[in-house]
Design a binder for this molecule. Sequence first.
Ligand SMILES: Cc1cc2nc3c(=O)[nH]c(=O)nc-3n(C[C@H](O)[C@H](O)[C@H](O)COP(=O)(O)OP(=O)(O)OC[C@H]3O[C@@H](n4cnc5c(N)ncnc54)[C@H](O)[C@@H]3O)c2cc1C
Length: 518
Amino acid sequence: MSGHIYQGKDLTETTQTIQADVCIIGSGCGGATVAKQLAAAGKDVVILERGGYYTEADFDQDELNMNGKLSNNRSLKSSTDGGTLLLSGNNVGGASVHYWADTYRTPDDRLAHWAQRYGLSGHGLAELSPAWNELDGVLNVHRADEEHHNRMNQLLRDGAKKLGWAGNAVPQARKGCVKSGHCMQGCLYAAKQSQLVTHIPQAVALGARLYADVRAGTLEMQQGKVQRLQCDVMDRATNRPSGRRLTVQARQFVVAAGGYYSAPFLIANGLQAQLPALGQHFGMNPTAWAFGLYDEDIVLWRNIPAAFGVEEFRLARFDAAHQYQEGGYLLMANQVQPGSLAGTMPLVGDEIGEWMGQARRIGSTIIWLDDYEEELGTIGLASDGSPKVDYPYGPVTQAMLRDALKKQVAMLFATGARKVLIGSAQRILLDQPGDLSAIDRIPVSAGGLFMAAPHPFGGCRMGTDPKTSVVGMDHRVHGFSNLFVADPSVFPTGPSVDPSFTIMAFSYVAARHILAAA
Ligand SMILES: Cc1cc2nc3c(=O)[nH]c(=O)nc-3n(C[C@H](O)[C@H](O)[C@H](O)COP(=O)(O)OP(=O)(O)OC[C@H]3O[C@@H](n4cnc5c(N)ncnc54)[C@H](O)[C@@H]3O)c2cc1C
């Protein structure tokens, strides 16, 4: 039996009620993977997605158009201090439709840490490896080959060798990539193996029904059991409720609204009173970046974004007295289309003219910070119902970001950059690698560093104690018999690498528990 993808325009009745075995909120890496697993096991699955359904026919490779369609709030939503942009998806397939397709397995050391410090069970190598082995085939995961190293990635690889920093070609989820460089605008060639071209069509072929433009709202609960979910059909043009409503009756409900939305959704449904850890222990892999001006063409906006990754600094190093020394991030080539490039370089007047006049010669690097677990933030609900992210940027986090900037400067100069520009509000333009003290003076706060955060996690931490965690090892919300969470909200810390493959493998585990609980 084949399912169907409905869109808001198909839902013409003022009110409509639908039934399913399992209702999944969110169609990203977490939700789509669970949906596929449950549909394959014969469950009648309904997936709800607040955003629109866009396919290759809609992907015009225009960064402004596609940002509006695929990126939540056009990538302009920020943390409460205005300092960090919160990047996520708002479309069928979620953030995977505009992601970079870097597909790392969770490192063994991080899984061991989660087990030892946070008591996680059932989410170790033994449970996740079979999922990854299967997913390797589903997403065609393979290390980026030579052809897919653009000039910036070649430079990064050469630079790492020169500096003695460990690194590797990055595992990629791609099939037949034509090197257009429009990964963040949605892949017109269906080569990037996002959820839109993998788990979603697979789940639908197995009978799942997906409702796009439908925002999950109120959970109707009775004695620890969700009975129904009330939803708004959204008007895509205004991104506001259309006035039409959809009610879902299901045996089980899975919250997979992503790291920025699952905890706020449960808070909006009043669960914080009984689950004080809801919204706590939130992190987001904040990024900081730098630019280099070279004497050769780099063309940052072509080919794949991250073919080579510097892994030398993945884990933070501390001395015997637990003083931070260095590291705590992955360092990669950056990819920005020309419009964003002009908008993110802190230059004005003749200087921005000088740089953008040589736009093809601009290189850039970026880091994914592995959030320091003693300095995590919180996620709550703003008065307009949107997520409210408070992130402290504590002293160790600041030191990590400064170290990451210094390493990026070293890398850019080592690979031939004539000038290096820091992505900070102050104009910090360096013409030699020597004096980096200006980086120590950058305020790592709102209006200091330019930061974006594409990898949210936490807020619904996994654990056994309802006082300090939100879901159990079976992904079930404490105190509820039929309510589950399947996305990075459940992670106790960040996975220390890009998160999508960890999210998907966790969803395999979640799906097994949902089936067992049925
Ligand atoms: C620019 C960018 C590049 C990235 N590159 C990589 C990469 O190379 N490798 C990697 O591993 N990760 C990458 N990531 C991160 C990765 O894409 C995400 O971590 C992952 O896709 C998140 O999956 P998810 O299912 O948790 O959430 P999402 O993908 O955010 O999906 C959740 C979905 O739920 C929907 N939703 C929210 N609330 C509701 C509601 N109330 N009702 C109905 N639907 C709702 C949202 O619209 C969204 O579509 C990148 C992210 C960005 C932004």
